[in-house]
Design a protein. Sequence first.
Length: 154
Amino acid sequence: MRVSLSSVVVIATFVGTFIFASPQQSAAFSLDQQKALDSAKYVYIQSTRKDGKLSKPAEIWFFQHKGAVWVCSPTTTHRAKRIKAGQTKAKIAIGKPDGPAFNAKGAIVKDAEVNKAMFEAYAKKYADGWSSYEKQFKDGLANGSRTLIKYEAE
């Protein structure tokens, strides 16, 4: 039986995709961090100031999606302004200000599908308070007064 080069490439691509496909959760998080993320209600974000120092930790709702931590912030917050100005580095503590932490890189993202995933995640995770904030979040993302921020572990 003769095997063509194109057959070998197709098989190698399929096998490589299967073996190296990334799981839903990021391998960037340690087991302790992932466990904390799975049970935490809040993360505490310290964005990097112009002078390179970290800000005070800011408590915020979050959700995990595609291996990253996502938050939705007013565009007037220091974290959003700093990312827009190119200061993308942050430290994120999980569950409490001195909880397990990781260094991250933030990015402003506009993505309707991620917005939808956030709304669904927040409705479940923050069931006791989401109804009070849902309209504010949705309207803010629609009119540009809020922004979606993606933090990826470094």
